[in-house]
Design a protein around this ligand. Structure first.
Ligand code: IMP
Length: 178
């Protein structure tokens, strides 16, 4: 591939260990309950599928797609629902599964939107958090890794729909995006 020079930030093994730990924390949080995972497409798909197979509680999954970015790395700030959940979430214990929190605008919007549908509870797990780039205050309930302000790809995360299949998280070096 033309754009193949990316530095590894988190290896497959590091991610694997952390996902196992997160699954333990989340299973403890929801002990005796059923949790509805809301996987935010497309970036969180790899994380959600690894996480759900390690949870020790009853699980349902649904998917939501939102758009806040074109093929640029900067957030436009505008969030649109491209695909909504299939079923009602009223009275359910929701855990939103996200790949990365950057400005916080996407999750701020999703949380407000889903809370208006009266779930029993709503929490967020993100694999990655870039707190340095926040535009709105947002703190995930569970977080895999806090990372510096790099644009990263792999393990489901893309640049312009590329690199999602990489097993680790890589820093996309400037000049290698096009
Ligand atoms: P936020 O609304 O700025 O928090 O952005 C969240 C969304 O932006 C994520 O779900 C990703 O789709 C995308 N995003 C933000 N930072 C990155 C990155 O470093 N790599 C890939 N996608 C990113």
């Amino acid at each position: 591939m033309k754009n193949s020079t990316q530095k590894v930030l988190l290896s497959e093994a590091q991610i694997d260990r952390r996902v196992e730990e997160l699954a333990g924390e989340i299973s403890a949080e929801y002990r005796g309950k059923k949790v509805l995972l809301v996987c935010v497409l497309k970036g969180a798909v790899v994380f959600a599928s690894d996480l759900m197979r390690r949870l020790k509680v009853a699980v349902e999954i649904d998917f939501m797609a939102v758009s806040s970015y074109g093929s640029e790395t900067a957030s436009s700030g505008a969030v649109r629902i491209l695909k909504d959940l299939d079923s009602s979430i009223r009275g359910k214990d929701l855990l939103i599964v996200e790949d990365i929190v950057d400005t916080g605008l996407t999750l701020d919007y999703i949380c407000k939107n889903l809370l208006s549908r009266k779930p029993s509870s709503l929490k967020v797990v993100t694999l990655l958090d870039k707190p340095a780039r926040r535009k709105v205050e947002f703190t995930p309930d569970f977080c895999g890794f806090e990372i510096p302000d790099y644009f990263v790809v792999g393990y489901g995360l893309d640049f312009d729909e590329n690199y999602r299949q990489l097993p680790g998280i890589h820093i996309l070096q400037p000049g290698n995006k096009g």
